[in-house]
Design a protein around this ligand. Structure first.
Ligand code: BG6
Length: 300
């Protein structure tokens, strides 16, 4: 029996949860219930689409995204774990950790009241263990409905404390990034990555008219993307996250990246619920930490 047949037999729900081959011959799970549709690539447990019924796409995926074994996808919800940004001492280790590039196993599927729940656990192979030699489990649980819930749970199964950085690096689809604003970060300090990590303070809502790459610290509050072009607000409610990364590469960086698509920078905005930079999480032996988000959309 093929891997997909086995998954469909064990976890499939006909018409609602279907495992199939997706782009780049990558296995995906497609969800369709009375509230929404969604697609998750099994590598990275990487969600690439979520459309609540009657709404437009909420999650941006580059038209030039590459789907390949061991490569991260430009768009969707990449998981950054167990470090955020470059590794602190080894420049050969992948930026944002390895969780978004490796296979994950499906651990649970259930359906109730218009919400489909799908759980994943990362596969920690020898290569991963060489970069992160710690005993731990990493689970991700999606709740797909009118709202999108994501929980990223790190469990310390070893005998020593763990220190992690992490982010749900969500790319939101927007009408025109230069016309929107992001609320919820007023008065928060931030590290400005495009100005040598200078520590600054936000005044008012965040707007984008050039490359923006900032780690907002002490920012546990909800954020709202107010998008006048798509005539909607995206609400980002989060728990277990004390930093928020706002990123848009703008024109020049986007051109260098090669997989952001023509005009892609205008149509995407990353608002990442994170524990990043100096905000790391320590997890004691036998304990767990959960970074959780809940996204919803409302008409303007
Ligand atoms: C953001 C970082 O979170 O991710 C940026 O703050 C980075 O500095 C961006 O460029 C994209 O990272 P990657 O590794 O997916 O190209």
């Amino acid at each position: 029996m093929s891997e997909l047949d086995t998954l469909n037999k064990q976890y499939g729900i006909p018409g609602e949860v279907v495992f199939k081959m997706g782009p780049g011959d990558q296995p995906v799970v497609e969800v369709s219930n009375q509230s929404a549709t969604a697609t998750i690539v099994l590598q990275g447990a990487h969600l690439i689409s979520w459309v609540p019924n009657g709404e437009q796409q909420v999650i941006w995926l580059s038209e030039d995204a590459k789907f390949a074994k061991g490569k991260s996808i430009r768009g969707g919800v990449p998981v950054c774990w167990p470090w955020f940004g470059p590794h602190e001492s080894n420049k050969d280790f992948p930026a944002h950790g390895y969780a978004r590039m490796v296979p994950w196993n499906v651990t649970e599927v259930s359906s109730a009241k218009g919400v489909t729940r799908i759980g994943f656990r990362i596969v920690q192979d020898e290569k991963a263990k060489a970069m992160w030699p710690h005993d731990c489990e990493l689970d991700m649980v999606y709740s797909i409905g009118k709202k999108l819930g994501i929980e990223l749970i790190t469990r310390n199964t070893g005998k020593q404390a763990l220190v992690i950085g992490e982010a749900l690096h969500t790319y939101f689809e927007v009408g025109d990034v230069s016309k929107l604003k992001i609320e919820g970060l007023d008065k928060r300090p931030y590290l400005d990555k495009v100005d040598n990590f200078k520590r600054k303070q936000q005044n008012g809502a965040v707007t984008i008219s050039e490359e923006v790459d900032r780690i907002y610290l002490e920012s546990p509050d909800d954020c709202i993307i107010v998008d006048p072009v798509m005539q909607r607000r995206i609400h980002i409610v989060k728990q277990g996250s004390h930093s928020t990364v706002v990123w848009n590469p703008w024109i020049e960086k986007a051109n260098q990246m090669g997989d952001l698509g023509p005009q892609g920078y205008l149509k995407m905005l990353c608002v990442e619920s994170a524990n990043a930079a100096e905000d790391v999480v320590e997890i004691k032996p036998g304990k767990e930490h959960c970074l959780a988000v809940n996204y919803s959309v409302e008409a303007l």
